[in-house]
Design a protein around this ligand. Structure first.
Ligand code: ZN
Length: 262
């Protein structure tokens, strides 16, 4: 039995390595609370992981894609080639990136974080977002989350976008500007609304408080949301940030619906 740092002696000559005790402790815990897939609850070998079936159902968004909207291209079209969508309807934000397509296990993760008190999922989801950010996190001077109206925040107790933003700020060392943006009026949930109704629903919904405006002037900001669907919400939020003096706003979401899948 060694006397190195990883050894924890239990009195007298009987020595048990700490690593062995940790493993034993974990196996006892695993026997009582076996680790389960964070999406579907099948048994898995590692805590806070997805099972192979859920994992294989995820579509990570990777290059080649439109440099503005991050829409995947079937073939590499070369530098600077934009998607038809970005040309036909240029967004007010500078660029958009997302980690995964909003379907299957990704949809389940978003719903669990939002409605099922699964704040424990946020660190994993934030790390996927950071990996997918294509330099947007490194290049920003402040991170802002899409806010909930205070009534909805009171009912739900938890803003999933703010939680993701907080974890991305911690992972990257970029400042999280938690009070930079408020939702000044209650809006309908965007779920089930058509594209035009979504734009109307969130028009003028966001505002930068007067005492926060000075912090944003001249800054390159990164706006965080859980899901991008038609873009109406992040467009409205970006407009408010730009009006308050931000020099640019880019958007990073966990998941995104692809055109034709909304
Ligand atoms: Zn699973």
């Amino acid at each position: 039995m060694g006397d190195n740092e990883d050894t924890w002696r239990l009195g007298g000559k009987a020595g048990l390595p700490a690593a062995w005790l940790r493993r034993a402790g974990r196996s006892v815990l695993d026997a009582v609370f076996p680790p389960v897939c964070v999406s579907c609850n099948r048994l898995v070998s590692t805590p806070q992981a997805l099972c192979p079936i859920c994992w294989s159902g995820l579509t990570f968004l990777e290059k080649p894609y439109c440099p503005v909207l991050g829409l995947p291209f079937a073939h590499d079209l070369g530098d600077g080639v934009l998607s038809v969508e970005a040309i036909a309807d240029p967004p007010v934000f500078e660029r958009l990136r997302s980690a995964v397509v909003y379907e299957g296990a990704a949809r389940h993760l978003v719903h669990s974080l939002k409605y099922a008190d699964r704040g424990d999922l946020a660190p994993m989801m934030a790390s996927w977002m950071l990996r997918a950010s294509d330099g947007l996190v490194d290049g920003c001077e402040g991170i802002v989350a899409v806010p909930l109206h205070r009534y909805r925040l009171w009912r739900r107790r938890f803003n999933q976008s703010a939680d993701l933003a907080r974890h991305i700020a911690t992972l990257s060392g970029r400042p999280f500007l938690a009070h930079a943006l408020i939702r000044q009026r209650r809006t309908l949930t965007q779920v089930g609304l058509g594209a035009r109704a979504r734009v109307e629903n969130v028009r003028g919904a966001f505002r930068v408080p007067v005492d926060e405006a000075g912090v944003l002037v001249g800054k390159r900001l990164l706006l965080i949301d859980d899901v991008y669907t038609t873009g109406a919400t992040v467009e409205a939020a970006s407009r408010a940030l730009l009006k308050a003096g931000a020099v640019s706003v880019s958007v990073l979401t966990f998941a995104r619906a692809l055109p034709g899948h909304i």
